[in-house]
Design a protein around this ligand. Structure first.
Ligand code: SAH
Length: 260
């Protein structure tokens, strides 16, 4: 790729990040779901070391720190998200508990068995559920917990339009049962799995984007990439509106077996 191309892509990338950094969540989720998952993750105690991988602007990292007084290392590829997270942590008096680190969830520099828990909401799809779970296993101490959300089919035989959408977007979408098996095959004891409610997608994720989209379209009238990006966001939302009973997110909580 030549220099010119590179800078165009960087520019597009930073446009997308700008769009999402003005939102509180960069993926579907809810405080309620995070709290329910936390209840299962018994290794997250005051002083525990937790990594939130693909933390975005910190919807889960801040809640975990506030709720448990654990030390949360928020890892994200995009520095602007972490700047926002750092401001929120300071504002909430959580500055000493939350540590933002720009990094790649596929190439982590933690020491082996150094983490009490690994958290990741709406982000493991970036490197694939199976690969992510297998790769992250080495960083957890025995008895440590992993908690992730990922895309799942709720119903069998999805109509072709939604099947195609997901096949293009993330072909590791699967049933909850299969994802539990994959978690076990990756070396974890299965602890719990539960569906996220539809409000995690509508009220908490898509609806806050409506105003942001309007402003974004106005701000980038001459930018074909920006206009196309917004069209894609609208299309994704329309697929959810039409087929949201076929798919969604589920939380998966597992535990690395304790040393005998
Ligand atoms: N957990 C947040 C963000 C989910 S969106 C929430 O639920 O709101 C997915 C996040 O993963 C984005 O913030 C994106 O910047 C980050 N990301 C994508 N690829 C990554 C990678 N390879 N390493 C680290 N973070 C990554």
């Amino acid at each position: 790729m030549d220099q010119n191309n590179n800078s165009i892509h960087d520019f597009d990338f930073s446009l997308i990040c700008n769009y999402f950094s003005s939102l509180e969540r960069q993926g579907p989720g809810s405080d309620e779901a995070t709290l329910t998952a936390l209840h299962f993750a018994e290794s997250i105690q005051p002083g525990a070391k937790v990594a939130d991988l693909g933390s975005g602007t910190g919807s889960s990292a801040l809640l975990i720190a506030r709720q448990t007084q654990a030390h949360v290392i928020a890892v994200d590829a995009f520095a602007d998200f972490l700047t926002k997270l750092e401001h929120s942590a300071t504002r909430l008096g959580l500055g000493s508990l939350v540590e933002p680190i720009v990094g790649d969830m596929a190439h982590l520099s933690f020491e082996r068995e150094s983490l009490d828990a690994i958290w990741s909401e709406g982000a493991i799809y970036n490197i694939g559920y199976e690969h992510g779970l297998r790769y992250w296993h080495q960083f957890l101490r025995p008895g440590g917990f992993v908690a992730v959300t990922d895309a799942v089919w709720f119903r069998s035989n999805p109509p072709q339009e939604v099947w195609r959408f997901w096949n293009d977007a993330y072909d590791q979408i699967d049933t909850i049962d299969h994802k539990i098996e994959q978690m076990q095959a990756a070396g974890y004891e299965f602890v719990a799995a539960f569906r996220l409610g539809s409000e995690c997608w509508t009220e908490n994720f898509y609806e806050p984007q409506h105003a942001v989209r309007k402003a974004f379209v106005r701000q980038h009238t001459d930018n074909a990439f920006a206009q196309e990006f917004i069209k894609n966001q609208e299309f994704e939302e329309s697929i959810y509106a039409k087929y949201g009973d076929y798919y969604g997110y589920a939380f998966f909580i597992g535990r690395k077996p304790a040393d005998k």
